[in-house]
Ligand binder design. Sequence first.
Ligand code: FES
Length: 173
Amino acid sequence: MSSELQQKIRATIQNPVNVGEMEGADAVGTVGSAACGEMLRMWVKFREVDGRKVIDRASFQSFGCETAIAIASLATELIKGKTPEQALSMRGAEFAAELGPLPPMKIHCGELVEGALRSALGAESSTPSAVSSSADKAPPQVPSLMDSMNAALNSSAGSGAKIVLLRQQANEH
Ligand code: FES
């Protein structure tokens, strides 16, 4: 990894934004990387603008590398104001664009972020509805990320949270 990329990643994670569990989230998604064992969870809250459902805000928690944390931080800002469809059309490389090109061994870090967002938005789209507020819909109840990670490591039965293991796709990029 180039020193310039390392510096940009360090600068981003020195002051990451939108870190932590979101109270009253409309959707949550968790993914794990089969490539490195890192995990990432993302929460999304929607609002309605001119009759369209858009992403109001997003947050994340990560047991991931610095690159994944930096990309997740950037992604939570980039998807604000986007419709779920627009956000789903974005790829890990777009989320990481501000950092510059990622080396091949770090491409899956962006895919982890992309996967967590997909998991969150996929769960939301499976229950089509208008924008809901935290007042009329209970936030998704999921185990903590640590609980999910422990369960995934210790049991093939799963923990109740939807964890998607991403495969390394070395030849796709
Ligand atoms: Fe696996 Fe970054 S090294 S998520």
